[in-house]
Design a protein around this ligand. Structure first.
Ligand code: SAM
Length: 391
């Protein structure tokens, strides 16, 4: 049997799950010819030839996605010099498309509500360059810590802050008055109890508290957000705790909310052929528990709707939100979109201009898009975009 194809027949329960959701089972058992993708860090164009020589393969530039290249599926990039030197990222092209759908503009304040491990967050930061800010939120502490490591590797942390928090209840607004705040940084010594420059070393008191309580990897809805990283120009330095965690009414958020929000929601990951194939090693029973269990899929539907609703609440009027999942099921995509639109009168499903050139299919609702591995030659992904309007 060829490498990249599932080596045993898929378990009945999974086949039934796929059939119930109109997903073609052959995408998991066919030989996986889906290429790998890399994204170049801005300014690293010169490394392409060097990388081709080192990996002994040709990199194909994607015409529909700037700075992305495809490689043959078997090629490993992790040991390459360009990867170690933080000149390239391993990120699927469909993920890159979801970020492009945000239409990031200079100065945007962006919220990434399910940020870890951070491939999309890094792309947003690269697109923003020397302006705006990014707030990354994730419920899983260890995953968000990995995201922080990635920011440090790619030296992208300056305008970013990371919160371990439940995205369905998160309500920290953007620190958008960066220029005003920079002026008050000069008077830092006079302001007591303000955030100073971030340091990896936790104060003794905090270390003691963490050691005593033992630290849970997942936070609950009722726990306050925990700031695990902030950069010098993320708007945090110079603020008091009260200022940072100040909450606004929905009316105030209409003016002071985020310009862009990404909700790359938790899902069953069935669109990722590589992920599903891993269950051959983890055991198909684990798949039953993690992917197929009805209770879990119902809970997921509620979680996705709540993440989308809260992300949209934090958006300013005129701002846009991209909802994506790496599931191909209608329940986690179009059904969530439909229910969300029913409940949110200020949400308008929006055309994604770039999608005209994407190698993907329309979803079951107009203006939504599906990267389907067999046609797009990418990992599976659903993408929808909303704008907040005034009514
Ligand atoms: C599909 S992954 C996100 C991938 C990420 N956007 C990237 O590009 O690397 C979904 C993430 O949602 C997080 N998550 C699950 N429930 C959450 C919640 N209630 N609030 C915030 N994040 C949550 C998971 O921990 C996981 O890291």
């Amino acid at each position: 049997m060829e490498e990249g194809a599932a080596k045993v027949p898929l378990p009945d329960a999974f086949v039934q799950f796929l059939e119930a959701n109109g997903i073609d089972p052959s995408i998991y058992t066919a030989i996986d010819s889906t290429p790998r993708f890399i994204r170049l860090k801005p300014g690293s164009e010169a490394c392409v030839e060097e990388l081709e020589a080192e990996l002994n393969c040709k990199l194909q530039k994607l015409q529909w996605l700037p700075a992305f290249y495809s490689l043959p599926p078997h090629v490993q990039i992790a040991a390459s010099r360009a990867y170690r030197d933080a000149k390239i990222y391993g990120i699927d092209a469909a993920s890159g498309a979801a970020v492009m759908a945000l239409n990031i503009s200079p100065g945007d304040h962006v919220l990434d509500l399910c940020a870890a491990p951070g491939a999309k967050l890094c792309m947003v930061l690269d697109l923003l360059g020397d302006s705006g800010s990014v707030t990354g939120v994730d419920v899983a502490r260890h995953r968000l810590a990995a995201c922080r490591t990635m920011l440090q590797k790619y030296t992208l942390g300056d305008r970013c802050r990371l919160f371990v928090a439940d995205g369905t209840a998160f309500s920290v607004i953007p620190s958008s008055l960066l220029s005003d705040r920079e002026s008050c940084v000069f008077g830092l010594e006079e302001r007591l109890d303000v955030f100073k420059e971030w340091t990896a070393r936790r104060p003794w008191k905090e270390r003691k508290r963490v050691n005593k309580s033992g630290i849970a990897q997942l936070v609950s809805r009722s726990q306050p957000p925990e700031l695990i990283y902030y950069g010098q120009h993320s708007g945090v330095v110079g603020l008091t705790k009260e200022e940072l965690y100040k909450t606004l009414s929905d009316n105030e958020i209409a003016n002071h909310g985020y310009d862009k929000v990404l909700v790359d929601a938790e899902c069953t990951h069935d669109g990722s052929v590589k992920h599903i194939q891993k269950f051959e090693h983890w055991g198909w029973r684990t798949l039953q528990r993690r992917v197929l269990d009805a209770e879990r899929t119902d809970d997921l539907h509620t979680l996705q709707l709540n993440l989308l609703t809260n992300g949209f609440r934090l958006l300013k009027v005129g701002g846009s939100l991209v909802y994506s999942t790496c599931s191909l099921t209608v329940a986690q995509n179009e059904d969530v979109v439909e229910q969300f639109l029913k409940e949110n009168g200020t949400a308008e499903l929006t055309e994604i201009d770039a999608a005209r050139n994407w190698p993907c299919k329309g979803g079951c609702i107009p203006k939504t898009w599906r990267f389907d591995p067999s046609t797009s030659q990418t990992s599976g992904l659903f993408v929808a975009k909303f704008t907040k309007v005034v009514i």
